[in-house]
Design a protein around this ligand. Structure first.
Ligand code: SAH
Length: 286
């Protein structure tokens, strides 16, 4: 059996992928099995796949044999000029009559500039389709045994980026408002400016002992999870060599990993604390 015939999608009314369409698709947090079926469908039909650095090679290997692969990841330099280049390339490929799959890590519209690409394409009169993906800040944390919401902890969660267009720690964030209003804060691209970010949150009233988890390479075999506190997060991240891509989660939901670290449990590790919030936890079982 060839690679081509091994991937069989269930019978379903799958969306069309006509020539000239640019399909913006989220590839999920990393593990190929977390791709959506629509993403797989698009991969099997695309003439050209334009992908980011965070898209796993094993996912790219599922594309239609004979399709072209183009890398459009960040290579430093001027990010805005580069973003324009990517959008222009997508427009060119569409006008050349290609079925263009724009594959981005996680969800295409979460801190991935997918919204900008979509806007540019539509303004150029290019037909687009969008397929969401599992975002690292939700699915990556779930994979690590951390629920982004829990009834006993938070009714709200804030997703932040750890840097803005300039590459510096985000200047437009109202840290006081975030610190006060959001019991759980999930930060993308946070490693580089973690000292500054945790400093802002501490200065805005968050507790130095507040639980923090840093999850790098979530869902991938090389995933690492560091449990620390807001006061120690930056120093611990450096001491443990935590590297991008990583999600930083601030808040008491992190404690739930002591009971929900399912991957550790499947490897034979014990449950560290069945009730880490001290709220009973099992009240829904009657
Ligand atoms: N659109 C993506 C985010 C793009 S920004 C999404 O929805 O997930 C890139 C950032 O995403 C990284 O710096 C990191 O903070 C986060 N990220 C992406 N994949 C990750 C992974 N497998 N593990 C941890 N963080 C990840």
């Amino acid at each position: 059996m060839t690679q081509d015939t091994q991937i069989i999608l269930p019978d379903h009314d799958w969306p069309d992928f006509p020539p000239g369409l640019v399909w913006l698709v989220g590839a999920g947090p990393g593990e190929p099995g977390l791709l959506t079926l629509q993403a797989l469908h698009a991969l099997r039909l695309a003439d050209v796949v334009v992908h980011d650095a965070l898209v796993d090679d094993r996912i790219l290997a599922w594309r239609r044999p004979g399709s072209a692969l183009e890398y459009a990841g960040k290579r430093g330099g001027k990010p805005s000029a580069q973003q324009r280049d990517i959008s222009l390339r997508l427009i060119d490929l569409s006008r050349a009559g290609k079925r263009v799959l724009r594959l981005k890590g996680g969800d295409p519209f979460v801190f991935g500039r997918g919204g900008e690409e979509a806007q540019t394409l539509v303004q150029a009169g290019i037909p687009i389709r969008v397929t969401p993906g599992i975002s690292a800040g939700i699915g990556g944390l779930a994979h690590a045994g951390i629920p982004v919401t829990h009834r006993d902890v938070n009714q709200a969660v804030t997703f932040l980026t750890g840097h803005d267009q300039t590459g510096l720690a985000p200047s437009a964030v109202d840290w006081k408002a975030v610190a006060k209003g959001s019991p759980v804060i999930v930060i993308y691209m946070a490693i580089k400016h973690l000292a500054q970010i945790s400093g802002e949150l501490l200065a805005s009233g968050r507790d130095a002992g507040e639980p923090v988890a840093i999850v790098s390479n979530a869902t991938l075999p090389q995933m690492r999870v560091l449990e620390t506190t807001l006061g120690d997060a930056a120093a611990d991240a450096t001491a443990h060599g935590m590297e991008a891509p990583a999600i930083v989660c601030v808040g008491r939901v992190v404690l739930l990993r002591k009971v929900i670290d399912w991957a550790g449990q499947l490897r034979g590790e014990p449950v560290r604390d069945p009730d880490p919030l001290g709220t009973g936890g099992s009240r829904q079982v009657s």
